[in-house]
Design a protein around this ligand. Structure first.
Ligand code: PXP
Length: 249
């Protein structure tokens, strides 16, 4: 059965909108608390919790990741770039999974997969260190054979296929079908190499059904749409609704 990883970054985005720099202040109520959001996602059926510790700390803070590590009862998936500082932090935290992503400080959200042709050695080194710290290492890549092949070559246990192009093609059925076929072919290819195959980015309540029917992913990592829906129905229910759609496959 395809699992659901819930990305809780945007609960921290909301907190930072008001309390940036005051995260450790004890005399006021700092809300929302991303850890409580994660626990609610777990009650709603999340199989893992994903958090991206960005170099500019725009949403998740180091203390959030430490608390998540202590308090969640599912798996912790740390999304991160191959930066020395974050690799060191992650090695101490020992997340269950790591997903290596490209990072550009000017982007609003992750915009594309890692280009492993250009970043092979750097990524290989990060995988070596983080696997040594006990993490199942994944690389976020576009659904291209060359990227998947290199991920396998450098020792990744998993890939997360970038579903952004599929999500962005929603209003254009022929393009959407093309992207869906591309994801399905990439999933099969990655699986044939023995990789665990996850996917994520831009998946929402509308487009998840076609995606899970087109390809058999181990896990979907979904954030923005669940956090958005939670404003209306609460985190537990928003997560449970997504789980239901995935299970209806
Ligand atoms: N997977 C990766 C690698 C991501 O960078 C993100 C966005 O942070 C997601 C999944 C979740 O994307 P979304 O918030 O669009 O569901």
């Amino acid at each position: 059965m395809t699992k659901l990883g819930v990305n809780i970054d945007h609960s921290a985005t909301l907190r930072q909108a008001r309390y940036r720099g005051l995260e450790n202040e004890t005399s006021i109520v700092i809300e929302p608390d991303p850890v409580e959001i994660a626990l609610a996602a777990e009650r709603g059926g999340a199989d893992s919790i994903t958090a991206h510790l960005r170099e500019d700390r725009r949403h998740m803070q180091d203390a959030d990741i430490k608390l998540l590590r202590q308090r969640i009862t599912t798996k912790l998936n740390l999304e991160m770039a191959c930066s020395e500082e974050i690799i060191k932090f992650a090695s101490n935290i020992r997340p269950d999974y790591v997903c290596l992503v490209p990072e550009n400080r000017l982007e609003v959200t992750t915009e594309g997969g890692v280009n492993l042709v250009a970043n092979k050695d750097k990524t290989a080194r990060a995988i070596e260190i983080l696997s040594g710290a006990g993490a199942v290492c994944s690389v976020f890549v576009d659904p291209d054979e060359i990227q998947i092949k290199i991920a396998h070559e450098i020792g990744a246990a998993a890939v997360e296929l970038h579903t952004g192009a599929y999500a962005n093609a929603w209003g254009n059925p022929p393009k959407k079908l093309g992207e869906l076929n591309r994801l399905a072919a990439a999933q099969k290819f990655a699986e044939s190499l023995g990789l665990i195959v996850n996917s994520g980015h831009g998946i929402n309540y509308e487009n998840v059904g076609e995606l899970v029917r087109a390809a058999k992913f181990n896990e979907l990592n979904i954030g923005h749409t669940i956090i958005s829906r939670s404003l209306l129905v609460g985190m537990e229910r928003a997560t449970a609704e997504m789980k239901e759609l995935i299970n209806a496959r």
